[in-house]
Design a protein around this ligand. Structure first.
Ligand SMILES: *[C@@H]1O[C@H](CO)[C@@H](O)[C@H](O)[C@H]1NC(C)=O
Ligand SMILES: *[C@@H]1O[C@H](CO)[C@@H](O)[C@H](O)[C@H]1NC(C)=O
Ligand SMILES: *[C@@H]1O[C@H](CO)[C@@H](O)[C@H](O)[C@H]1NC(C)=O
Ligand SMILES: *[C@@H]1O[C@H](CO)[C@@H](O)[C@H](O)[C@H]1NC(C)=O
Ligand SMILES: *[C@@H]1O[C@H](CO)[C@@H](O)[C@H](O)[C@H]1NC(C)=O
Ligand SMILES: *[C@@H]1O[C@H](CO)[C@@H](O)[C@H](O)[C@H]1NC(C)=O
Ligand SMILES: *[C@@H]1O[C@H](CO)[C@@H](O)[C@H](O)[C@H]1NC(C)=O
Ligand SMILES: *[C@@H]1O[C@H](CO)[C@@H](O)[C@H](O)[C@H]1NC(C)=O
Ligand SMILES: *[C@@H]1O[C@H](CO)[C@@H](O)[C@H](O)[C@H]1NC(C)=O
Ligand SMILES: [Cu+2]
Length: 499
């Protein structure tokens, strides 16, 4: 009887799975006629009856996106001119600077629902949409800027924050008379101040250790924790599936930190695009995928993108440089050379940072050991077992921090460290961080918005560096990194095997 019941239950579960699988499909481009403006920001996109499918540009010379701190005065004038022209267009022109900025708001503030699943809100963060959506956004922005100054070779700069020379605000953005300026930038973060996105590095005034800590974060987020395209780019978000909840490592650090650090406009999804520095920040985020491909992509799983048609066929709408509304799919933007651009080659100082960065775990030894779920009002330790199973060749341990819940009105974040019972060393494994969704969202204004997310980090290298063995207990430390940890709850932590 019991056996029959359990068989029945399994069959039902299978059926539910099959049915939900049938429902799941690619994210459909929004229906622009169905805009639900948010409370303070009317960032509805300009609609058009004529929509054409995106076509790759005919091949010409490749545009080379330069590092922002290495460009000439002439380049800066050209870029500032283009942005000034963009700012001076009529407000209702799709190329107007504020219209360009609205694109970001429109795709992430609950402004549109999916055209093919109308009771799901369209959101381009916290999932595998993050990198390709922002790639498309920058592509059109760059083409329009080039059009405005009659220079098809114009390429956006990238803010090279992953390199010591690029860790401060690039000087092209600091002239208050320039169209590239934004007056909400943080006064105390102007040059020569540099970013300090290192783990447990709060209040550090030692520039060289600040740089070292930053490079360690780069190495963990981009190399050791991101051995597969899905770990790097993020987990699934499908029409008819779950809300986006599984951001990739490239989205988690230092991307949100750089937003927060830069200033007020940059700190929220609605206003980030108002600051011209947004486009070079995201140009570097985009560049990270390209760098990753050359470092790891060739031998991870053999593919340096996510081979899933729900991802490849997810589509979006943008106004292009011919004043045409176009529908573009993720499969159109896998290769930047087909889009006509590449990045200037600069040193990658973090690519080979290795085990040397393991630290002494003494400072963490007095932390309280907790059971989950737990509210992260301070740093906590959790014991988690490494799977006993023998691993297949290309399998790896992934650390899954699940059921992360927080009030979306707050900027929240925590760092993850891993150690073992037999070793006093610990290693930084990665970071979770989420920008505040400001009061503009209706659901937020009406009494809070509970967000649920999950963080997945590759552990294979760290397990090797710490000489941990199968079946051994790990000590996972979760350390609030951005002052508002008391607002985050963590549901569970486990180690899975994934291929
Ligand atoms: C920028 O615009 C000014 C004024 O329109 C023009 O004189 C100058 O040549 C332009 N500079 C570049 C580099 O395009
Ligand atoms: C979405 O809407 C359909 C009807 O249009 C309804 O049957 C379904 O339950 C809704 N799903 C959710 C998650 O609200
Ligand atoms: C959009 O989706 C949300 C759920 O995310 C739902 O509450 C809302 O009613 C939908 N709006 C429309 C116009 O269907
Ligand atoms: C900005 O422009 C004003 C007046 O046009 C001028 O007085 C000031 O020196 C300029 N500032 C800079 C930093 O160029
Ligand atoms: C700054 O940090 C570096 C590297 O971590 C260290 O070698 C140096 O002694 C520190 N300097 C000061 C003044 O603390
Ligand atoms: C991966 O392939 C690219 C281009 O084919 C090459 O430049 C790069 O060196 C390769 N990386 C590795 C780690 O083999
Ligand atoms: C990729 O190949 C390089 C060079 O052969 C090797 O050092 C590295 O461990 C490989 N990475 C993975 C994820 O297999
Ligand atoms: C992608 O998936 C399809 C269908 O599952 C498969 O036929 C194809 O070989 C895969 N491509 C790569 C590059 O792995
Ligand atoms: C690591 O990379 C840097 C910059 O690319 C290089 O200067 C350094 O020699 C490399 N170190 C090792 C140990 O390979
Ligand atoms: Cu964004």
């Amino acid at each position: 009887m019991h056996i029959k019941l359990s068989i029945l239950i399994s069959i039902i579960i299978c059926l539910i799975y099959i049915v939900s699988d049938v429902v799941a499909m690619p994210i459909g481009a929004p229906d622009l006629s169905k805009c639900q403006p948010s409370l303070a920001a009317n960032c509805c996109l300009i609609n058009s009856r004529s929509i054409v499918d995106f076509k790759l540009p005919s091949t010409g010379a490749l545009r080379v996106r330069p590092a922002a701190h290495l460009v000439t005065k002439e380049y800066i004038l050209k870029y500032a001119n283009a942005t000034r022209l963009m700012r001076s267009l009529p407000l209702n022109h799709p190329w107007n600077f504020m219209q360009q900025a609205n694109v970001h708001c429109a795709y992430c503030e609950g402004i549109y629902n999916l055209s093919n699943f109308p009771n799901m809100t369209l959101e381009v963060h916290s999932s595998w949409l993050f990198i390709p959506f922002h790639r498309m956004y920058l592509y059109f922005h760059e083409k329009i800027l080039g059009k405005l100054i009659g220079d098809e070779s114009f390429a956006l700069p990238f803010w090279n924050w992953d390199s010591p020379e690029g860790m401060g605000i690039p000087t092209m953005y600091t002239d208050p008379n320039s169209s590239l300026f934004d007056n909400t930038r943080a006064q105390n973060h102007q040059p020569p101040n540099i970013l300090n996105y290192g783990s447990t590095n709060e209040g550090n005034n030692n520039i060289s250790s600040q740089i070292e800590a930053n490079l360690e974060v780069m190495y963990r987020q981009m190399v050791s924790s991101a051995k597969t395209a899905e770990l790097l780019l993020g987990g699934p978000y499908r029409a008819g599936g779950d809300e986006p909840w599984s951001p990739g490592t490239v989205e988690m650090a230092p991307h949100p930190y750089v937003h927060m650090w830069t200033g007020i406009d940059m700190s929220s999804f609605v206003t980030a695009g108002w600051d011209p520095i947004f486009y070079s920040h995201h140009s570097n985020v985009d560049r990270m995928w390209e760098v990753w491909k050359t470092l790891l992509g060739n031998n991870s799983t053999g593919v340096n993108y996510i081979n899933d048609t729900d991802w490849l066929d997810s589509s979006f709408l943008f106004w292009d440089e011919n004043l045409q509304l176009v529908r573009i799919k993720i499969r159109d933007v896998l290769d930047t050379t087909k889009l006509g651009y590449v990045y200037q080659q600069v040193p990658i100082p973090w690519s080979n940072k290795t085990a040397a960065k393991l630290r002494d775990g003494e400072e963490m030894s007095s932390l309280r050991l907790v059971e989950l779920p737990v509210v992260l009002d301070s740093a906590v330790k959790i014991n988690v077992e490494l799977p006993k199973m023998k691993m297949k060749m290309n399998m790896e341990e992934v650390l899954v921090v699940d059921g992360i819940e927080f009030d979306a009105r707050m900027h929240v974040g925590f760092d993850v460290f891993v150690g073992g019972l037999r070793t006093s060393k610990i290693g930084f494994a990665g970071r979770f961080e989420h920008l505040a969704v400001k009061k503009w969202r209706k659901d937020v204004a009406m009494g809070g918005l509970l967000m649920k997310k999950r963080l997945v980090l590759g552990l294979k290298d760290l397990v090797k560096e710490l000489k941990l063995e199968r079946g051994e207990l790990l000590v996972v430390t979760l350390m609030p990194s951005h002052g508002t940890g008391m607002l985050i709850k963590v549901g569970s932590v486990r180690v899975d095997l994934s291929s």
